[in-house]
Design a protein around this ligand. Structure first.
Ligand SMILES: [Zn+2]
Length: 430
């Protein structure tokens, strides 16, 4: 719901929202003519630090986040070393503190901890892990997929302890089978890549995850769903109480029919699909079958993305343009603006237990506020990219609705589309 209102902020918190709040406060900011939204919460970011700083580091990643209106990032655990113990979680937390322009939470990885599974999970939760990530297929960092027993027990614990398990849902054996078949045919490119990791591999894994979540009552989150048909496996809202679904801009804006020329720049796991599927994903967004649009922001070095198609790394950097892309879609009438706020702020904050402190403009919330100029149009340039490696499939795209001002806990961090803060003030989430 869009309303015209003033927002009163004290000590980094929203105190009230309403018409004509009395003046006489220390400072007022005139946001007339602006769309004012809660800062976006991106629960799927690969910041690459520690260990993979040659791909990117957290200063660049979090700068890209706030420039794009993302004020909270949840950072994935497949760094080097991976976050698989309380000590590594705390080390990463202190490493990133002072190096983040956005507030951040850290995932721990879910793999086979053997007899230590229960204690490891509860210790990681106590140490502040915002959730767990299970990689069901091979990934950056080559972490082994968890066994059935680990998945089942982790979901039981997720219900008892109230955390969420995020699944990279592709079936590993299925991917291996079809990849070797397509390689044997000597094909390459985006369509070949979709055939090498076909919808079937995603469906097998999503069906597995959704069934296990249903059996345990656990909280499962299907990351980066690319295939609209697999939504049927999750079931409609209501009957799938604890299974959440995320998709990414990569699947909403690219397909192998229209974008084959981009090659490895949009090579990602799971792969981009055909245009009919892309249209079905948009329909699912408006029907409420998808809960979150997040980035799966996954930067790599230039040479890794510009390598031969099959050798090139999978992953698309997109953190800086998540909200701008969705706002452009809203301003073009493709999706209501309120739905964008649900998908990019409210729902991720709810699912990961951060709501209403994050993801809302309610009294008591952190004053993470994004002001957008709905009349501004601009073209994404390489120079404007905040990533260490200035790669983005969105270079040259014309977007509507510029992120003008961004406040993090009441502090102005972005003004006129530029970073205006001397040092990073992002904090780890409690
Ligand atoms: Zn990911």
């Amino acid at each position: 719901m869009l309303v015209e209102a003033d927002i009163l902020v004290e000590e980094g918190k929203i105190v009230s929202v309403g018409k004509s709040i009395e003046s006489g406060y220390t400072k007022t900011v005139d946001l007339r003519g602006r769309l004012v939204l809660p800062g976006a919460v991106d629960p799927h970011v690969h910041g690459r630090e520690p260990g993979l700083e040659y791909k990117d580091d957290f200063l660049h990643t979090s700068k890209a986040a706030v420039l794009g209106g993302v004020t909270t990032v949840l950072e994935m655990p497949n760094t080097v070393p991976p976050v698989d113990s309380p000590s590594r979680l705390l080390e990463k937390k202190s490493l990133l503190s002072g190096r983040s322009y956005a507030d951040f939470g850290l995932y721990a990885v879910l793999y086979d901890y053997g007899d230590d599974l229960d204690s490891r999970i509860s210790e990681l939760v106590r140490s502040g892990a915002v959730g767990f990530k299970a990689f069901m297929a091979q990934t950056t960092g080559n972490l082994p997929p968890p066994s059935f027993g680990t998945v089942y027990r982790a979901l039981e614990l997720s219900r008892e302890l109230g955390f969420t398990v995020v699944f990279h849902a592709e079936d590993r054996e299925c991917v291996e089978f079809f990849t070797s078949r397509v390689l044997g045919e000597g094909r390459e490119g985006l369509r070949a890549y979709s055939d090498a990791r076909p919808p079937l591999c995603e469906e097998l894994s999503i069906g597995y995850v959704a069934s296990a979540a249903r059996a345990t009552g656990g909280r499962a989150y299907v990351a980066h769903l690319s295939v609209a048909s697999s939504l049927e496996l999750v079931g409609r809202r209501g009957s799938r109480a604890n299974v959440y679904v995320e998709t990414t801009p990569t699947y909403l804006f690219f397909d192998y029919e229209s974008h084959e020329g981009l090659g490895a720049l949009v090579k990602v796991n799971p792969p981009v699909r055909d245009s009919g599927n892309r249209a079905r994903l948009w329909r699912a967004l408006s029907e409420g079958l998808i809960d979150v649009v997040a980035t799966d922001h996954a930067p790599h070095a230039d040479y890794e993305k510009r390598a031969d198609f099959w050798k090139a790394s999978a992953g698309v950097p997109s953190l800086q343009h998540l909200l701008p892309l969705m706002l452009t879609s809203a301003l073009e009438g493709r999706i209501p603006i309120g739905r964008v706020v649900e998908l990019c702020s409210e729902n991720p904050a709810r699912i990961f237990g951060l709501y209403p402190t994050k993801g809302s403009l309610l009294p008591g919330a952190d004053a993470d506020v994004v002001a957008v100029d709905p009349a501004a149009e601009y073209v994404v340039t390489e120079e404007s990219l905040a990533y260490k490696h200035r790669l983005s499939p969105y270079v040259g795209w014309r977007l509507k609705g510029r992120v003008d001002k961004v406040f993090l806990r009441g502090e102005l961090v972005v003004d006129g589309g530029d970073l205006v803060i001397e040092r990073p003030i992002g904090r780890p989430l409690r």
